[in-house]
Write a protein that binds this ligand. Structure first.
Ligand code: AMP
Length: 216
């Protein structure tokens, strides 16, 4: 298995991009946010512990999310490329991931950074809508649903994520700047960072080129 880390602020498009890439057989998208939201929804012990942190836009404890990611890695040895989206998010998590991959003999191929200016991030998040029933995501500006307010995939009414309200979004961007931004330097110093300008719409060719570089 090879691991590629996706780095970028909330709203940078990591999740949408990874969902696209994961349509290729052998590529799997693991979003730590989705993993946690699933645990909250199911009411697992990890989910119960995580909920209050998530609702406030704060990070859950490093060890909690690292343990959950390890369980996914163990359960899915057949994956060829694992796209990690949202983990690691702090320097201690980057160290935990390094240890974990070394223990499992898994290769870290690189970290792909999606760069987007703050004002674009805020506008994107304001337009984000999610389907509480099937998890599909939409954006009123860039990927609107075909029928107003309804999910294209299953027809359920769309919702705004609890942590996407403007005050919580500002807080999440602060948390990103403080906790996650240092990871850019962490991976750059290790020769693993590949940055892509993700402020526009036509991302695919840029991403493909970056992923080819990561793979070579
Ligand atoms: P996301 O969907 O990636 O924006 O994550 C939503 C929320 O889940 C974050 O605001 C955090 O509360 C929590 N979360 C996701 N990934 C992590 C992580 N690697 N470490 C700590 N908290 C996380």
């Amino acid at each position: 298995m090879n691991v590629v880390i996706l780095l970028g602020a909330p709203g940078s498009g990591k999740g949408t991009l990874a969902a696209e890439l994961a349509r290729v057989p052998g590529i799997r998208h693991l979003s730590s946010g989705d993993l946690l939201r699933g645990a909250v929804k199911q009411g697992t012990p990890a989910g119960l512990q995580a909920k209050a942190y998530m609702d406030a836009g704060n990070l859950v404890p490093d060890a909690l999310i690292a343990q959950m990611v390890e369980e996914v890695l163990d359960a899915d040895p057949a994956t060829h490329v694992l796209l990690l989206d949202g983990f690691p998010r702090t320097l201690p998590q980057a160290d935990l991931l390094g240890d974990l991959l070394a223990r499992k003999g898994v290769h870290l191929r690189g970290a792909l950074l999606l760069e987007v200016p703050d004002d674009v991030l805020v506008a994107r998040i304001a337009g984000r809508r999610v389907c509480p029933a099937c998890g599909a995501t939409f954006n009123l500006a860039t990927l609107p649903p075909k029928r107003d307010g309804l999910c294209d995939a299953c027809g359920a009414p769309l919702a705004i994520r609890k942590d996407d309200d403007p005050a919580t979004v500002r807080h999440r961007l602060d948390v990103y700047a403080r906790e996650t931004f240092p990871l850019i330097d962490y991976y750059r110093r290790r020769g693993l960072l590949h940055a892509v300008d993700a402020s526009g719409h036509d991302l695919e060719p840029k991403i493909e080129a970056a992923l080819r570089k990561i793979h070579d």
